[in-house]
Design a protein around this ligand. Structure first.
Ligand SMILES: Cc1ncc(COP(=O)(O)O)c(C=O)c1O
Length: 469
């Protein structure tokens, strides 16, 4: 009788495999045991059987836990903290609603995002309005509804002033600032620059206007910022600016907004350490922000400003997974193994920046080999993973990509393939669709056929087929 541990190992057929330079040979390979069979206790296979493949699966529990954990990390250092949910990160209504239930305000960067926040029931004074283009009608609405407007440039400042004058009111505004912390590539295209004096000029302009008042400062350093010291420098520079503008004796900064940019546990391309090692904990960022702010505010009379952070990625990324199914396999001309999946780059645009961790839904036997994962699009760019070590895949195998919650559901494209359903696995263990899979009707919905083209379908003169809705 075989020893029980040996008996559990399934038999593998012998194979000849070309030796890859730098790779461990067959005898040194570990079996590929990275599998993920369920999400919050619900078998992924059951979800795919119900809702189809590909499928985005959102965990309500993880989303709520993330936002609470991050806010609490900042609350340990400052008594008044607000999270502004960055709509552009994932604008699916149910996801926004969950975060608003958790107390997050809406952080929006366009007229349509503003309208969506209002549609979801967010009051104007709980909306942070960023972005370089805010057309007059939406600015008028935002002003009337008491939104927090973060001014991006001088023309916008003058437009707000003109609206305020017409309406004979004083409009509180915040200035968006940009500067070089020395730790990240500065995003100087948004807001007023501090180094060249634009920030101070804008503050003077506000001070001289009978229709404007400065009550907030904002800056957003960039995204996936791996060095907490960048935030320390950000807070220090913003606090210096705050002291300057408050020295007139009348200006009072009530909102101190440090933007987003906290990283998620994703594998950024070009970073070789795994996310657990490369990504500092949220507590480290909160500690730097909190201690720098406390130092900057010590001795400042009056109430403390509210600290706002606008994290998108760190809140939602690992709350969502994308399940894909293998539809074909092949050997490439250079000998590499490849698999074609039913989910492509049009659904996961972030595969341009990340090596998304990918796991099998069910364990597979066979020696792992470097494999290219392609999507279904007839386009060369459609690569989900350039190379990942996987056992031999066969048609019907399922893979889970995660984290994928940030910037995919907002940047995805109807390109060659339609977009699939997004579902929510709720805290109670239920699951339901929060965005339906698209159909041909979705694709054609907004198109119109000119009358002179509508009568004749072509030389064959066939009747057009009705679209199934
Ligand atoms: C003004 C502003 N706030 C917040 C965010 C969210 O950033 P992140 O997802 O990196 O936290 C962005 C994203 O670019 C932004 O432009």
């Amino acid at each position: 009788m075989l020893h029980p541990t040996i008996a559990n190992i399934s038999w593998e057929p012998p194979m000849i495999q070309p030796h890859q330079l730098g790779a461990i040979n067959k005898f040194g390979h570990r079996r590929h045991d990275a599998t993920r069979a369920e999400i919050d206790g619900i078998p992924i296979d059951d979800l795919v059987a119900l809702y189809g493949s590909p499928l985005f699966i959102t965990s309500e529990q993880r989303l709520r836990q993330n936002v609470r954990r991050i806010r609490q990390a900042f609350e340990r250092h400052h008594p008044f903290v607000v999270h502004g949910w960055s709509y552009k990160t994932n604008t699916v209504s149910a996801i926004c609603r969950i975060l608003h239930q958790e107390g997050s305000w809406a952080e929006v960067v366009s007229g349509s995002e503003y309208d969506k926040a209002r549609l979801l029931g967010v009051p104007g004074d709980h909306i942070l309005f960023n972005g370089p283009y805010k057309p007059r009608p939406i600015l008028e609405r935002a002003i009337a509804e008491g939104a927090h407007i973060h001014v991006d440039h001088l023309d916008e400042l003058m437009l707000i002033e003109a609206i305020a004058k017409e309406q004979n009111r004083v409009v509180p505004i915040a200035l968006r600032l940009n500067f070089n912390t020395g730790y990240t590539e500065p995003w100087s295209r948004f807001g007023f620059n501090l180094e060249n004096g634009q920030g101070h000029e804008a503050a003077v302009r506000v001070r001289c206007s009978p229709h404007l008042t400065l009550n907030g400062l904002h800056s957003h350093l960039g995204t996936f910022i791996l060095d907490p010291r960048a935030y320390g420098e950000q807070v220090r520079l913003m606090a210096d600016f705050m002291r300057d503008v408050e020295s007139d004796g009348t200006t009072r900064i009530q909102f101190f907004d440090i933007g987003g940019g906290l990283p998620s546990q994703n594998a950024l391309q070009g970073i070789y350490a795994p996310p657990e090692q490369a990504v500092p904990s949220i507590a480290e960022y909160a500690e730097v922000v909190g201690s720098t702010l406390a130092k900057a505010l010590s001795g400042r009379p009056g109430p403390l400003p509210t600290l706002i952070f606008e994290s998108g990625r760190a809140v939602v990324d690992d709350a969502q997974s994308l399940v894909a199914t293998v539809v074909g396999t092949k050997r490439l001309a250079d000998g590499r193994r490849a698999a074609i999946l039913d989910a492509g780059i049009n659904l996961m645009l972030t595969s341009l920046w990340y090596h998304h961790p990918v796991k099998l839904v069910r364990p597979k036997s066979g020696t792992p080999e470097e494999t290219v994962l392609y999507g279904p699009l007839c386009m060369n760019i459609d690569v989900m993973r350039q190379t990942v070590s996987l056992p031999p895949l066969t048609v019907g195998d399922r893979l889970v990509f995660a984290p994928v919650g940030a910037y995919n559901n907002t940047q995805w494209l109807q390109f060659i393939e339609l977009r699939p359903a997004i579902i929510l696995v709720s805290e109670s263990g239920g699951h339901e669709v929060i965005r339906q899979a698209e159909t041909l009707a979705t694709l054609c919905e907004l198109e119109r056929m000119p009358v002179h083209l509508s009568r004749n379908t072509g030389p064959w003169n066939a009747q057009p087929q009705p679209i199934e809705v």
